[in-house]
Ligand binder design. Structure first.
Ligand code: SAM
Length: 212
């Protein structure tokens, strides 16, 4: 994603009620943030937030947390959020590598929407479905682990299928052309761009039990 500096991005983030600025302090206690025990869904690499905002608006009985490593990108999401009051949506600014210090078996679903594909073999371990991240996800998932991936990228899609299957995940739903299915879908910024270029969206939903 191209990153342009937003002036005062850090200041916007520090003062914003959507942002959890001290997430480690809520390890195991996210019901305190949302004031309820509803399931928590996590989008890793939320970008400018279209998916997260629309999912939270459409699903008031679920809680949504967006993770994004760049402050300047989060600042753009916060600009969009300024016109809403969405109690079931929060944002954390950090790298997914830090997830196990933030959540303790509290997440029910992880969304990986148009994650960076890292096509070079020497960068494969940076993919969000690589063995770098799957043990981290084990630490944050509640009873059942559910990962939903959407991508335009065939290489990332294939590598995710292999990596997730080898790690014990079962494929529950898969499509090479999401638009031609009846799978409910909320579009992301990247998805809209790829669809407008005629690129078919690949979709994967996998699950495994926590102890596998
Ligand atoms: C290609 S963009 C997709 C944005 C959005 N999900 C969409 O579909 O429009 C990938 C996003 O993931 C973020 N990202 C990549 N690796 C990450 C990581 N390890 N932890 C947190 N965010 C990450 C990037 O900064 C970027 O905003």
């Amino acid at each position: 994603m191209r990153i342009r500096n937003i002036q005062n991005a850090q200041e916007m983030i520090d003062q914003n009620p959507y942002v959890i600025s001290n997430p480690q302090e809520f390890l195991g206690q996210y019901q305190k943030i949302f004031n309820n025990n509803n399931p928590i869904h996590l989008e890793i690499g939320m970008g400018k937030g279209d998916f997260l905002i629309n999912m939270a608006l459409q699903n008031p009985n679920l809680n949504f947390i967006g993770l994004e490593k760049y402050s300047s990108i989060v600042a753009r999401a916060l600009k969009k959020l300024a016109k809403y009051q969405i109690p079931n949506l929060k944002i954390i600014v950090t790298d997914a590598l830090n997830l196990k210090d933030i959540f303790d078996h509290e997440i029910t679903t992880i969304y990986l929407n148009f994650s960076d594909p890292w096509p070079k073999k020497r960068h494969a371990k940076r993919r969000l479905t690589s063995l770098t991240f799957l043990p981290i996800y084990d630490q944050i998932f509640n009873k059942k682990c559910c990962i939903i991936q959407k991508t335009d990228n065939e290489g990332l899609f294939e590598s995710s299928i292999v990596s997730l299957s080898n790690y014990g995940y079962i494929i529950k739903e898969i499509s090479l052309d999401l638009a031609n299915t009846s799978i409910p879908n909320v579009e992301t910024e990247y998805e809209k761009k790829f669809k407008s270029q005629g690129i078919k969206i690949k979709y994967l939903r996998v699950e495994k039990n926590i102890n596998q």
